[in-house]
Design a protein around this ligand. Structure first.
Ligand SMILES: Nc1ncnc2c1ncn2[C@@H]1O[C@H](COP(=O)(O)OP(=O)(O)O)[C@@H](O)[C@H]1O
Ligand SMILES: [Mg+2]
Length: 348
């Protein structure tokens, strides 16, 4: 298991800047996620770490060894690609055994290793199956087994769950998380899905347009986004332009919110679940009257859109028997925003 250090990595494709000055370290044994929208450079960074992309600036250090000029095969890295890239003409056993054979490991050892990893990815008895006889989730497990059987020091997973349906994705998310903990392998996981990132990671690096813009534990990223981009990309948010002065935030519609202190910025951000929605006015600061424009029922959660003098607030509530009010579209309600849930952010 190895620490991975990325030092001043930049990469251009022609005029396209794919990565700019990526500089951080990934702790040994941790589950670390690169999160960002499509095209922000995640795959390119994984390919640089694995040694598939060589002509980049900066250095890749794995387990205190500078690997920048070391060939891909010698980096002891396992990679699972988005499309799995399994060999269709080989069965499950042969797929998993392939790299061991190339390394000329003896037959008995190969047999033992493949058995061990088939078991680890819950594919006991699947050795003779053809790849096209497998479900998406099973193919995913073969791809994982094929990387893990080499007992790499670092595991790279490029959007491994994006081809699976929602239920299976939930299941594989837990399986991959458990497996990673069991093996203690340093894992770099790429996703554009904030939910995956929040649930699986020890730490998350948020990327946008080739830059890493925030690194932190899932809770830090969610609770303390440092920029408007992170605030809206990770989780739902009410992000509004505001003029900040004298412990107040003045919105474009001249609604004034009391805020905690005079932090510097030009946006306020409020999570939908951090507000209260009431039928009757209460004597609390930051209570605003608004009209319900939309209600979306999601089973566990109710999402409201409340129009307060032209500005639309998203407010979420748990759908449970303790919610004392029935609210309909067109009703007038009051939303309450405690000042400690209002974050002040600055354009970056
Ligand atoms: N081989 C390539 N040739 C030219 N441009 C590329 C190549 N690979 C990636 N890019 C560009 O680099 C940027 C980052 O791509 P990528 O790393 O695949 O992003 P992500 O995985 O986050 O979706 C994109 O603008 C993409 O079009
Ligand atoms: Mg990609």
């Amino acid at each position: 298991m190895s620490k991975v250090e990325l030092r001043n990595i930049s990469k251009k494709f022609g005029d396209t800047v794919a990565l700019e000055n990526i500089d951080f370290a990934i702790e040994e044994g941790s589950f670390f996620t690169f999160l960002g929208p499509s095209g922000c450079g995640k795959t390119t960074l994984l390919r640089i770490i694995s040694g598939f992309v060589k002509d980049h600036k900066g250095r890749v250090i794995i387990g205190n060894k500078d690997m920048t000029h070391v060939s891909s095969e010698k980096r002891e890295i396992g990679m699972v690609f988005q499309n799995y890239a399994l060999f269709p003409h080989m069965n499950v056993y042969e797929n998993i055994a392939y790299s061991l054979k190339i390394k000329k490991i003896n037959k008995k050892e190969i047999l033992n290793r493949v058995d061990k990893y088939l078991n680890l990815v819950s594919l006991d008895g699947y050795g003779n199956r053809k790849i096209n006889e497998l479900s998406g989730g099973e193919q995913q497990r073969v791809a994982l087994g094929r990387s893990l059987v080499m007992e790499p020091k670092v595991l790279l997973l490029d959007e491994p769950l994006s081809n699976l349906d929602a239920r299976l994705r939930d299941k594989m998310r837990i399986e991959i998380g458990d497996l990673q903990k069991e093996l203690g392998i340093t894992t770099l996981f790429v996703t554009h899905d904030q939910r995956e990132a929040l649930t699986m990671s020890d730490k998350i690096a948020v990327f946008n347009k080739g830059k890493c813009i925030q690194i932190g534990k899932p809770r830090e990223i969610y609770s303390n986004p440092k920029s408007p981009f992170v605030a809206t990309f990770v989780g739902e948010n009410n992000l509004f332009k505001a003029k900040i002065e004298n412990s107040k935030a003045i919105l474009n519609n001249n609604v004034i919110l009391e805020i905690e202190n005079d932090s510097v910025g030009n946006y306020i951000s409020i999570r939908p679940e951090d507000m209260k929605i009431l039928r009757r006015k209460e004597k609390e600061a930051n209570t605003f009257k608004g009209k319900v424009e939309k209600i979306q029922f999601n089973g566990m959660v109710l999402d409201y859109v409340v129009n307060v003098e032209g500005i639309k607030f998203k407010v979420s509530e748990l759908n449970n028997p303790y919610t004392d009010i029935q609210i309909g579209v067109g009703d007038y309600v009051f939303i309450v925003i405690h000042k400690n849930v209002i974050k002040i952010l600055k354009d970056n």
